[in-house]
Design a protein around this ligand. Structure first.
Ligand code: AMP
Length: 414
C-alpha cells in the first residue's frame, strides 16, 4: 500500500514526500479511510506507530478539499502536554507545508509574551488549534475562540489526559463545540475511564486496535553512539571481550550481512551469514548449528527477527538501527526468551538518530547509552535530535493561501 491509494491532494502528497513518508503505517492504513468517511473513531495506538499522521493527513486533505477562501477554525486537537502539542504542530507544518494550512499551538507554562502571542495568533485565525486543556479553558472563558465552523475534535493521548486529571476540562471544552462534528479519540491504553469518556462524546465510533508488543523485561538494552567507521571495530571488541556464548547480529541488507560475515571470518571468528539468497536447505542447516550451539555467531537480515525461536541467545547486536520500530522489538526479542535474561546492543550513527527516537517513543523510555571503549577513539557527540525536527525543504512553491505572519511569530517566540 502507498499513500497514493488514498487519493490525497497533490499538495499533501508533496508534504508527505518532503517528510520522507513512503508507506502508511498500520494505524494510518486503517484510520485514514475512517476519518475520510467522516465517522467517529476510537483508536488504541501508542506513540511511535505514526498515529499523529493517521489523523492529520485525512484532516488536512479534507481542509484542502473544502476549497475555502476564508480561514475558518476547522479542527481542535487536545493534547495532554506542551511537548506533544508542539510536536503535533510541527508535523502539521511539515505535512501541510505545501498546502498553506496554518495551525497554532496553545499551551500554558510560557511567559506573558507567549500568552499575548497566542492570543494575537488566535485573532488572526487558523484552521487548526492544538491545545492543552487547561490553557484552552482560560481562553474560552475570555470568549476568544469561535468554534462555529469546527468540523473535527481530536483527543490525542486521551489516557494521559485523564491520568492528568483533565476529564472535567475536556467535558467543559466539548460544551463549547458544535454537536455536529467528527470526534477522533487516540489512546495508548483503553482503561474503563476511556470507554466512559468515549461513550459520552463519540457517536457510533469505528474502533481500531494496534497492539504493540513490548520488549521482555529480562532484556538489558544498550546504545552506542558511533561514527560509521567505528562500528566494525566496536563489533569485534564486543565479540572478543564480552562473555557471550550465542549471538545474533542484525544488519540492514543482504550485502551488509555478507560483508560483515567475511570481515569477521577474516578475524577468525566463528560466524555464518543467514539471508534470503541461501538455498532453503543451507538455511535450515545453519539454523540447526546455531540452535545446537556449534555455531556461536549468526549474522542476518530481518528475516531472522521473526519466527526463529532459539533458546539461550545471550546477545543481539543491531549493527544497523532497524527502520521500523516494531522490527527492533522483534529483533531484540530473540534474546531473553521465556523469562531468561539477555543483552541487546544497538550501534547508532548520526543518520540513525531519528530511527532510534522512534523506537524509544514506541517502547516509552530512553535506552541507556554506553561509552565507547577508548581504544576505538572518541565517540561522536550527537545532539539528540527530536522526532519533530523539520523535514528538508524542497524549492519553495507559491502557497494557495498565505500563512498569517503572527502564527510563525508565535512559534518562534513561544
Ligand atoms: P507518532 O506515532 O505519530 O508519534 O510518529 C512516530 C514517528 O514516525 C514520527 O517521527 C513520524 O514523523 C514518523 N512517521 C509517521 N508516519 C510515518 C510513515 N508513514 N513513514 C515514515 N515515518 C513515519
Amino acid at each position: 500500500m502507498t499513500f497514493d491509494d488514498f487519493d490525497f491532494d497533490y499538495e499533501l502528497l508533496d508534504g508527505l514526500h518532503a517528510m520522507g513518508f513512503e508507506h502508511p503505517t498500520p494505524i494510518q492504513a486503517q484510520a485514514i479511510p475512517v476519518v475520510l468517511s467522516h465517522k467517529d473513531l476510537i483508536a488504541c495506538a501508542q506513540t511511535g506507530t505514526g498515529k499523529t499522521a493517521a489523523y492529520l493527513l485525512p484532516i488536512l486533505n479534507k481542509i484542502i478539499s473544502a476549497h475555502s477562501d476564508q480561514r475558518h477554525l476547522n479542527t481542535l486537537i487536545l493534547s495532554p502536554t506542551r511537548e506533544l502539542a508542539i510536536q503535533i504542530d510541527q508535523q502539521i507544518e511539515g505535512l501541510g507545508y505545501f498546502t498553506g494550512i496554518s495551525s497554532i499551538a496553545i499551551y500554558g507554562g510560557g511567559d506573558g509574551a507567549a500568552w499575548s502571542q497566542q492570543r494575537k495568533a488566535l485573532a488572526e485565525g487558523s484552521e487548526i488549534i492544538i491545545a492543552t486543556p487547561g490553557r484552552l479553558i482560560a481562553l474560552l472563558q475570555m470568549g476568544e475562540i469561535n468554534f462555529k465552523n469546527l468540523q473535527h475534535l481530536v483527543l490525542d493521548e486521551a489516557d494521559r489526559m485523564l491520568d492528568m486529571g483533565f476529564y472535567d476540562d475536556i467535558i467543559r471544552i466539548i460544551g463549547y463545540l458544535p454537536e455536529k462534528r467528527q470526534t477522533l479519540l487516540f489512546s495508548a491504553t483503553m482503561p474503563p475511564k476511556i470507554r466512559t469518556l468515549a461513550n459520552n462524546i463519540l457517536h457510533k465510533p469505528e474502533q481500531i486496535n494496534i497492539a504493540v508488543a513490548q520488549p521482555a523485561e529480562g532484556i538489558l538494552q544498550q546504545i552506542y553512539f558511533v561514527y560509521d567507521e567505528q562500528k566494525i571495530g566496536l563489533l569485534k571488541h564486543i565479540l572478543r571481550e564480552g562473555n557471550f556464548t550465542s549471538i545474533i547480529i542484525f544488519a540492514s541488507t543482504k550485502e551488509n550481512v555478507k560483508k560483515l560475515n567475511d570481515e569477521l571470518i577474516r578475524n577468525r571468528l566463528n560466524t555464518k551469514a543467514f539471508h534470503s539468497d541461501l538455498p532453503q536447505k543451507e538455511r535450515e542447516e545453519i539454523l540447526r548449528e546455531f540452535k545446537n550451539k556449534t555455531l556461536p555467531i549468526l549474522i542476518g537480515t530481518d528475516i531472522l527477527a521473526r519466527g526463529i525461536d532459539v533458546e539461550g541467545i545471550s546477545l543481539v547486536i543491531n549493527f544497523n538501527v532497524p527502520h521500523d520500530p516494531e522490527d527492533y522489538i522483534h529483533r531484540i526479542g530473540r534474546t531473553a526468551r521465556a523469562d531468561t535474561t539477555g543483552t541487546a546492543i544497538t550501534f547508532v550513527n548520526d543518520k540513525e538518530l531519528r530511527k532510534l527516537k522512534a523506537i524509544e517513543q514506541m517502547i516509552g523510555k530512553e535506552i541507556p547509552r554506553v561509552s565507547l571503549p577508548t581504544a576505538l577513539g572518541a565517540a561522536p557527540e550527537f545532539k539528540h535530535t527530536t522526532l519533530s525536527s523539520k523535514p528538508k525543504r524542497k524549492k519553495k512553491r507559491p502557497f494557495r493561501r498565505n500563512k498569517p505572519s503572527t502564527t510563525s511569530d508565535n512559534k518562534s517566540k513561544s
